[in-house]
Design a protein around this ligand. Structure first.
Ligand code: DLL
Length: 450
């Protein structure tokens, strides 16, 4: 994965900035013990001999020294340069520290294609533990709490990220990982668990299963849920808080930046505080790439400020949010972002209308009698797109008369139409028929391309 010489592509529009960047890189590379050779700056006069090897820049300039697909690292001085130059990168990861300093590898779950491998030095792990520790503290947790960590352990960053943070806090961690739902409930009850970490959709499943097992969730000492790794709505929060004893906190993060712990809600549950001493936040217009002012919605772009093994500059997360500029009443001075309801790439187009799964979820959960389990199935017949929304109803509603079920179906269909302006076929399904996930829920099944 790592060579003693790193091939770096500096992508920018030229000028002093590029030269400065190559100087900084060369300096860092020297100090890290790399074999730095010489600079290669197209279109400019060469400056000195002490610049990082194989540095190049420029929009359409292809370097004879860094063949396409062979760059280890892309330094983009301008956010617009990331995508057009991505093809220069070598497959299989980019590590900026010597491999002997890398103490851990993880991989993103990846919505498409191959997973992205991410690497950490010991310092990176320490930063991660620290931001996770602060995250737990923001939820009001402290030493003495018993934290059941039901995020998956393994390549997924959720499990070990939360684990190290909880230990740094001085809490007692139960490293149960995801799955084995009955055992989760037994452990929660028997160990006097006070906080749980998992995806919000899995916690809803835990609530249901506990009820079936005769365990009263509201009577447990559980008081905080640290939920993230997937989009969820205020409707889901209401459902969780009404059906259990937890206050539900939203935690955000992504493997490429560090894992969980980029941001978290505080007790006011009014946006996620970003740990700005480690992560620089920007919002850009996903269409034009222009920076957006605070308060305007756009794509979250993150830069790591303290990572060693995989520093990342202006990473396009695809997550849509806005910066909340007002200070929070909790007193923290780090800024907040709005909860992430959607990704720019989870949008689907149906009969020409752009739709996000979270819009459907908001519409469904505003109507009484439904459960936060739904699936959107897209099909195509004779060239015409169709959207069916399968939604689970509560057992009480399901045993109602046909006429009341039909009335509910109509109500849901109208609620969806009000939000997205097109009709969807709503199908009410029996409780427990939509597949449950132990990790991230899969909401959309697009069968149009199959
Ligand atoms: O999901 C890291 C994580 C683990 C976050 C545990 C929180 C808790 P990835 O598998 O790389 O990493 O997926 C990252 O998940 O870009 C978002 O699209 C989505 N995501 C993560 N947290 C949230 C959240 C982990 N709170 C991708 N709300 C991100 C909405 C979220 N989406």
């Amino acid at each position: 994965m790592l060579n003693s010489v790193i091939n770096v592509v500096i992508a920018g529009l030229g000028g002093q900035g590029v030269i400065k960047a190559s100087d900084v890189l060369a300096d860092a590379a020297f100090r890290a013990g790399f074999d730095v050779k010489k600079s290669e700056i197209h279109g400019m006069s060469q400056r000195g001999g002490s610049v990082s090897s194989d540095v190049r820049f420029g929009k359409g300039v292809l370097s004879p020294m860094v063949p396409v697909g062979e760059a280890d690292f892309l330094v983009a001085l301008d956010v617009t340069q990331v995508e057009p130059n991505r093809h220069q990168l070598r497959e299989g990861g980019v590590v900026a520290s010597p491999m002997r300093e890398v103490v851990r590898l993880h991989a993103s779950s990846g919505t498409t294609g191959k997973p992205i491998v991410v690497a950490y030095t010991q310092d990176d792990i320490n930063v991660w533990s620290s931001v996770m520790m602060r995250s737990f503290a923001a939820c009001g947790l402290h030493a003495g709490d018993i934290i059941q960590n039901a995020y998956g352990y393994g390549l997924f960053t959720g499990g070990l990220g939360a684990h190290y943070g909880a230990e740094a806090l001085g809490a007692t961690v139960i490293p149960i990982s995801g799955g084995n739902t009955d055992r989760q409930i037994m452990v929660m009850k028997d160990f006097g668990v006070t906080a749980i970490c998992c995806t919000p959709s899995y916690f809803i499943h835990l609530i249901e299963r506990a009820t079936e097992m005769g365990v009263e969730m509201k009577k447990l000492p559980l008081r905080a849920g640290v939920f993230g790794a997937e989009p969820w709505t205020e409707g889901m929060r209401k459902h969780i808080e009404a059906n259990s004893s937890v206050k539900a906190f939203d935690i955000y993060g992504l493997s490429e930046i560090i894992g969980p712990g980029v941001g978290i809600e505080c007790r006011h549950q009014a946006g996620l505080h970003i740990f700005e001493d480690h992560f620089l936040v920007e919002i850009v217009d996903p269409e034009t790439d222009n920076p957006m002012p605070d308060g305007s919605e756009g794509e979250l772009v993150l830069t790591t400020l303290s990572k060693n093994a995989m520093p990342i500059i202006r990473y396009r997360t695809h997550d849509i949010t806005a910066i909340v500029p007002e200070p929070c009443t909790c007193g923290r001075t780090i800024r907040r972002i709005r909860r992430i309801g959607r990704r720019s790439d989870d949008m689907f187009i149906i009969r020409g209308v752009n739709v996000f799964p979270s819009q459907i979820e908001t519409a469904l959960l505003a109507v009484e009698g439904t459960l936060p389990h739904y699936q959107i199935v897209l099909t195509r017949a004779k060239g015409l797109d169709n959207m069916e929304v399968r939604v689970e109803v509560t057992p009480e509603v399901f045993s109602d008369k046909i006429s009341s079920l039909e009335a509910l179906q109509k109500k849901l269909s109208q609620a969806i139409e009000r939000v997205i302006n097109i009709r969807a076929d709503v199908r009410l399904v029996e409780p427990r028929t939509i597949p449950r996930s132990e990790g991230k829920a899969k909401r959309v099944s697009d069968q149009r391309k199959m």
